[in-house]
Design a protein around this ligand. Sequence first.
Ligand code: FAD
Length: 489
Amino acid sequence: MEHFDLIVIGSGPAGRRAAIQAAKLGKSVLVVERRTRLGGVSVHTGTIPSKTLRETVLNLSGWRERGFYGLSYRVKKEIEGKDLGARLQKTLDYEIEVLEHQFARNGVRTFAGEARFKDDHHLVVADQNGDEHLFGFDFAVIAVGTSPFRPSNIPFDDHTILDSDSLVAEPRVPRSLTVIGAGVIGIEYATIFSALDVPVTLIEPRESYLDFIDREIIEEFSHDLRKRGMTIRLGAKVDRVEKDAQGWAITILTDGRQIRSDMLLYAAGRMGATSDLGLETCGVVPDERGRLKVDPATFQTDVRNIYAAGDVIGFPSLASTSMEQGRIAALHAFGASMPPAPEFFPYGIYAVPEISTVGLTEQQVRAQNIPYECGVARFRETSRGHIMGLQSGMMKMIVSLETRKLLGVHIVGEGATELIHIGQAVLNLGATLDYFVENTFNYPTLAEAYKIAALDAWNRMPRTKPIAEVMDEPEIELTRRKVAGKAGA
Ligand SMILES: Cc1cc2nc3c(=O)[nH]c(=O)nc-3n(C[C@H](O)[C@H](O)[C@H](O)COP(=O)(O)OP(=O)(O)OC[C@H]3O[C@@H](n4cnc5c(N)ncnc54)[C@H](O)[C@@H]3O)c2cc1C
């Protein structure tokens, strides 16, 4: 029996980072992965495939140019499934190659097979031939992620009625699409297909969606989607799904209404992939959705030498946060010093248009009774926005009235997931809105929206110093013209 300082189950972002961090501390590390190739959901069916599909759709459809050339503009007239798939394979191959190289460079061993616990210091791994191998460990990180939830009232066939895994396995362009579940995954795919001019109906049982995002951003986003013809049915509960004689998916709602579509994506939840892990043998107890409870600072489960990280521990279920959790778990296991986790992490939703957010929403600020002011900038107020032909997109900034510190930044529109990192830096460094007012931004950029939004808030806040003291004259003129009309500068 081979023994390792650390065994990691799962090679997604959490497992990968835990393994490499432990190897960098000089520990012997084994990663067990049941798929034939490394990378996890992130590389094979989640983050990378969905973002590659999105990029392909935006490029081939000419989406980014439609502001100038009209709604009928297309780079490729007939976009087919094979067009969507072509870029996917290349991207995946590259990602996996990078990962394999990273493991090899750091001396991380890998083993292909399905792992289950034998007890709290041993793991049994069944390889592809069904042969079982026993490994011992001092520490383990459970980084098994999640699988799509497939309820019994949905007759999945992975061609017409799919989950997010089967959607990317053989992508096709449907004549119409119903998406059940307005969570991040449902929203992303609904808007990606809508950008291909596929009629999309989005169904959500709750009366609102993406509740962790600032409501004003969601209002703007919903307006955008409805304007381009997407149907959003909130408060609509699905009774069942059937297939009719022509092979169309029929979604039957509890109020009797029916929606017929060429393709149906079920994206209402995921389950922790823990059912076959033999957790009962090591003392770790999953919840009813297969998720594991951990100490949020160390990622230790109730069994002190077993850690869990990534989607298997629940919110926020992002590749970005999963990596950090895996790294912290490995640092803690081997007693290495851990930097304090930043208070705020960014959230990116790669819908069309993108949404990204960091810090407190206006709803959270109100709930905490923090005196605040908001500043808003529309992308069409920036010269870059004009050049790009942007018709929509906005940034909302929330600032403390007492300290002038930035409390939150919320963006919907082109480049939101990149732009947010400026706000993230200012927020986590505890800086004030004066940073944006006093600093020079590249021109023309969408990042200028920060300055416009900051000035918009500044205009409504109690004065500490006259604006002329904090800006160059030409800059005042330029920015004032943009902010005027809106804030009455
Ligand atoms: C459609 C979609 C789009 C997404 N888009 C984004 C995005 O844009 N940005 C973002 O940050 N996040 C995104 N995510 C989320 C992101 O993919 C996850 O947060 C991330 O993959 C979680 O990483 P992980 O390490 O926890 O597990 P995973 O990536 O799920 O990997 C877990 C691995 O464990 C393996 N495994 C499971 N059980 C066993 C076992 N018993 N033995 C051996 N191996 C096992 C699995 O085969 C899998 O490879 C998206 C997810 C989906 C589904």
